[in-house]
Write a protein that binds this ligand. Sequence first.
Ligand SMILES: Nc1nc2c(ncn2[C@@H]2O[C@H](COP(=O)(O)OP(=O)(O)OP(=O)(O)O)[C@@H](O)[C@H]2O)c(=O)[nH]1
Ligand SMILES: [Mg+2]
Length: 309
Amino acid sequence: MSFFDKLKQGLEGVRKRWSEGLSGLFAGDQLNEAFWEDLEGVLIGGDVGLDLTVRFIDTLRMEAERNYITTPAALFEVFEAMLVRELSEVPEMGQPLPAEKGRMTILLLIGVNGSGKTTTAGKLASRWMKEGKKIFFAAADTFRAAAIEQLKVWGERTGVRVIAQQQGSDAAAVAFDALQAARAAGADVLIVDTAGRLHSKHNLMEELAKIYRVLKKELEDDRLEVLLVLDAVMGQNGLAQAERFNEVIPLTGIVLTKYDNTAKGGILLAIADRMKIPVRYVGLGEGEEDLRPFDPREFVRALLGEKKS
Ligand SMILES: Nc1nc2c(ncn2[C@@H]2O[C@H](COP(=O)(O)OP(=O)(O)OP(=O)(O)O)[C@@H](O)[C@H]2O)c(=O)[nH]1
Ligand SMILES: [Mg+2]
């Protein structure tokens, strides 16, 4: 299945909500006040957020006036292009993480409980192992009882070595040990799986900051990447999470998981607008193949559906 088909299938829930609202709208024959109000409703309902919705609508009204656009159908392409532009303006949007031979990438996966961190670790490892890269896992979720075992299962499935200590040990110490082991073995990527934590829990966020500090201090020529793993179902709360995590550790990317479940597409636009952090991958299922690099154009097409006329 192509990326587009898979994404489209995955986005069925979002598409329904968006494109059912939108198809009626853009099939209308007048750009009147009722049209703008309805469009506003669909965008806010799709988690675009109030500020951005207002900006989108202002821009569209201006474009319509400037280009003598009088029908919703004629405005559709302008709308589509605007959404693609919004996403594409973020530096490195859609760019997968580098996994280079000779320069180690240390990848810290963070996020709230159950967002899909460990699964994403497994999916990324599977992808890179197939490219012949040497990967290590650090089991830095020392908190949840079955976390280490879960990562070991992914380790076995993908052939990746797992550096772990017992449950309850210091997560930063695990990360430190893993970095030494990965470096000594000449690894290309070290993936550090961390425990899920609510962004509002101060102590847990401090623990995360400590893991980051320890890794940062040990860096040589390595690249340190911090991916926030965000559950798409979160909607507007996803933005609050991203902002809080980014205050504690500077994020270098986002993975949006569970896009195969009911999801609200607008959150991506809101995050791009507010935070300028690139979405690197989209999770579209639980299997090791179900991770795709994010493509803004295809994403918007899948979101909006076919052109209405
Ligand atoms: N449908 C779907 N399920 C996913 C996706 N990513 C992860 N999951 C599922 O979500 C559940 C939680 O995934 P985990 O990877 O354990 O999440 P986590 O962030 O490591 O969880 P904690 O370590 O407890 O914070 C599992 O049942 C995964 O199979 C996805 O893209 N789509
Ligand atoms: Mg986990």
